[in-house]
Design a protein around this ligand. Structure first.
Ligand code: NAD
Ligand code: UFG
Length: 338
């Protein structure tokens, strides 16, 4: 019988922990590798609490060939879901070598070990950042790609590496999911996003202002050519995003070569709409002011998610109210994170 076991790299992190939970619920066994650079073991303890299953965690760096080889020697994997990597755009401009090393060398090491153990199925976390500043919206997968910072470049390079690999060897089944803006948390309030330090992203910043941890939200730019002048993004609930990974694992046997899919809702919301919806849903005021644009930001970015729907049979089900409610429950129940 073929293996039912999935290796999740970066499984202690935000998206990885939610996906691990859904994989358990779908009946898969899960092994996690994570170096805990941006997470804690507590996320998996909570996943165990929610699922009633045990996760085997190996604390290791995906660049460590010996450590990763030992994991593959012990387990037979059906597929790998590869989340592990660094993800802060601003930081990537300050320490580009770290980003290239962890995100690109880390992936190359993983792929080599997979090949050595005849494991040829991988789901890779790509990003809408690969579209750069899109000429129009909604964005389809055939739009031109570009990068404006080292983080985005690591995603582009890894996508190209995966394409080269599957061109060279048709045993590979590669699904690259280009996430739009993941927010929200599991409905239990037990797992969620735990940014370290001052959040870079909008949603954790809004919830920390609401919780009284920060004075006010700075809205980066009020003069974009959007209806209210603030930036528009495609926010997607982390549970819907995680569900896309489970559907990808279900379909991967039949998808030879590379498959590249947008994972978004197809709806765009402005920063001001996000603030106002959060206030309406939670009844909590969010102090904010409009400041200068943030360097590198674009006016609008949202997905055409039809291809994911036809290829995976996946669609986002949760709406903006769900995203706000669940973010706020997680924040209130865990004021200091895990
Ligand atoms: P996260 O930081 O919460 O999770 C990443 C996990 O990988 C962490 O637990 C971290 O400790 C681990 N990790 C980092 N480097 C590692 C290494 N060298 N070896 C082993 N483990 C390592 O981030 P996330 O939001 O869950 O993102 C997961 C993936 O999705 C990342 O690849 C990210 O680039 C991508 N992505 C995220 C977003 C987003 O907005 N959250 C958007 C698009 C793409
Ligand atoms: N914003 C603010 N104030 C803040 C934070 C954000 O006004 O304090 C605005 C931004 O200007 C933007 C919107 O809120 O208009 C969303 O910003 P985020 O930082 O939450 O998300 P981005 O769209 O800039 O980037 C995110 C990830 C990237 C990923 C990209 C596309 O952080 O890694 O989505 O997937 F590449």
């Amino acid at each position: 019988m073929s293996s039912n076991k999935i290796l999740v790299t970066g499984g202690c992190g935000y998206i990885g922990s939610h996906t691990t939970l859904l994989l358990f619920e779908a009946g898969f066994d899960v092994v996690v590798v994570d170096n805990l650079a941006n997470s804690s073991k507590e996320s998996l303890r909570r996943v165990e609490q929610l699922s009633g299953k045990t996760v085997e965690l190996y604390q290791l760096d995906v660049r460590d060939n010996d450590a990763l080889t030992a994991v593959f020697a012990k387990h037979e994997f059906k597929a790998v879901i590869h989340f592990a990597g660094l993800k802060a755009v601003g930081e990537s401009t300050e320490i580009p070598l770290d980003y290239y090393d962890q995100n690109i060398s880390g992936t190359i090491n993983l792929l080599k070990v997979m090949q050595q153990f005849n494991c040829y199925q991988i789901v890779f976390s790509s990003s809408a950042t690969v579209y750069g500043d899109p000429a129009s919206v909604p964005i389809t997968e055939d739009f031109p790609t570009s990068a404006t910072n080292p983080y985005g470049r690591t995603k582009l390079f890894v996508e190209e590496i995966l394409r080269d690999l599957s061109r060279a060897d048709d045993q590979w089944h590669v699904i690259m999911l280009r996430y739009f803006n993941p927010i929200g948390a599991h409905q239990s309030g037990l797992i969620g996003e735990q940014p370290q330090g001052i959040p870079n992203n909008l949603m954790p910043f809004i919830s920390q202002v609401a919780a009284g941890k920060r004075d006010k939200l700075s809205i980066f730019g009020g003069d974009y050519s959007t209806p209210d002048g603030t930036g528009i993004r495609d926010y997607i609930h982390v549970m819907d995003l995680s569900d896309a990974h489970v559907k990808a694992i279900h379909k991967i046997d039949g998808l030879v070569g590379t498959t590249t899919l947008n994972i978004g809702t197809g709806n765009g919301y402005s920063v001001l709409e996000m603030v106002h919806t959060f206030e309406e849903v939670t009844g909590v005021f969010v102090a904010h002011e409009i400041v200068e644009r943030r360097a590198g930001d674009i006016a609008e970015c949202w997905a055409e998610p039809k291809l994911a729907s036809s290829v995976l049979g996946w669609k986002a089900k949760l709406n903006l109210n769900d995203m706000m409610t669940d973010t706020w429950r997680w924040q209130k129940d865990n004021p200091d994170g895990f």
